[in-house]
Design a protein around this ligand. Structure first.
Ligand SMILES: C[S@@+](CC[C@H](N)C(=O)[O-])C[C@H]1O[C@@H](n2cnc3c(N)ncnc32)[C@H](O)[C@@H]1O
Length: 232
């Protein structure tokens, strides 16, 4: 390939260098992918979403890949429903199970909070999504089931379910371990699990220990996520 004269002085080169100096990359999207950005932007306008655009795109890609598998979908760690809205857009008619404490810990007596509940309350304090607001945000989508309360106590309702896609975004290593123990045996072969917070040392250690003796492909993604594809 012959580079045109002047290529080195193209403004894009300077911009790439600046972006790289900040530990990021510029990745022009291929044909068709730009169409995903309005969805991510519109979701950000509706609710604060704690994901980068790359991580949001990764969720859409994985949900699309998993939706032809025969299984439900799930997200543990919903907050205000931003990433759940992305999953809803891409999932088609697949059932989606959502797990979060929402405001339930704020409205119960502090003295009642022990074990998992105390850990969650200590970490998130008064920062939480509101169940009614998430219900309203996701009302246009079919087959959305919200399980409010402390996970894994709330998982009893779906013990017989099989999952094609799971998004774990709980922040906390203990809850992440519980979620892996619950969801992994229920993933269908080829099912995809995406974990957030993989840059966190403790969360990464939980994944490392959990998958040390398992054959699944564990793929680290450069934007703080990990993706697991369930082996048959
Ligand atoms: C980082 S936020 C989720 C962000 C969301 N996925 C997004 O992209 O907007 C983490 C959420 O996990 C929830 N959470 C953490 N541990 C939990 C547990 N054991 N049970 C239920 N919810 C939990 C918190 O309430 C919080 O809303």
């Amino acid at each position: 390939m012959t580079l045109r004269r002047g290529w080195r002085s193209l403004p894009g080169r300077t911009l790439r260098a600046l972006v790289a100096a900040r530990g990021a990359v510029m990745a022009p999207l291929g044909a068709g992918w730009e169409a995903e950005l309005p969805l991510i932007r519109s979701t950000r306008r509706l609710v604060p979403m704690l994901l980068s655009d790359a991580a949001a795109l990764q969720i859409l890609i994985a949900v699309r890949a998993a939706r032809h598998l025969d299984g439900a979908m799930a997200e543990a760690g919903v907050f205000q429903g931003g990433s759940a809205r992305l999953i809803c857009h891409a999932k088609g008619d697949a059932p989606l199970h959502l797990f979060d404490v929402f405001e339930t810990l704020q409205t119960s007596d502090a003295a009642e909070a022990s074990g998992d509940a105390a850990t969650v309350r200590d970490h998130f304090r008064s920062t939480h999504g509101r169940l009614s607001a998430v219900e309203a945000l996701l009302a246009p989508y079919p087959a959305v089931h919200i399980h409010a309360g402390v996970f894994p106590g709330t998982a009893d309702a779906v013990t017989d379910e099989r999952f094609a896609f799971v998004h774990l975004d709980l922040d906390l290593p203990g809850a992440t371990r519980d979620a892996l123990e619950f969801f992994h045996p229920r993933l269908v072969p080829g099912g995809i699990l995406i974990g957030d917070d993989y840059a966190d040392r403790e969360v990464r250690a939980v994944f490392g220990a959990f998958f040390a003796d398992r054959p699944d492909a564990v793929i680290e993604l450069p934007w703080g996520q990990v993706m697991v594809v369930r082996q048959a």
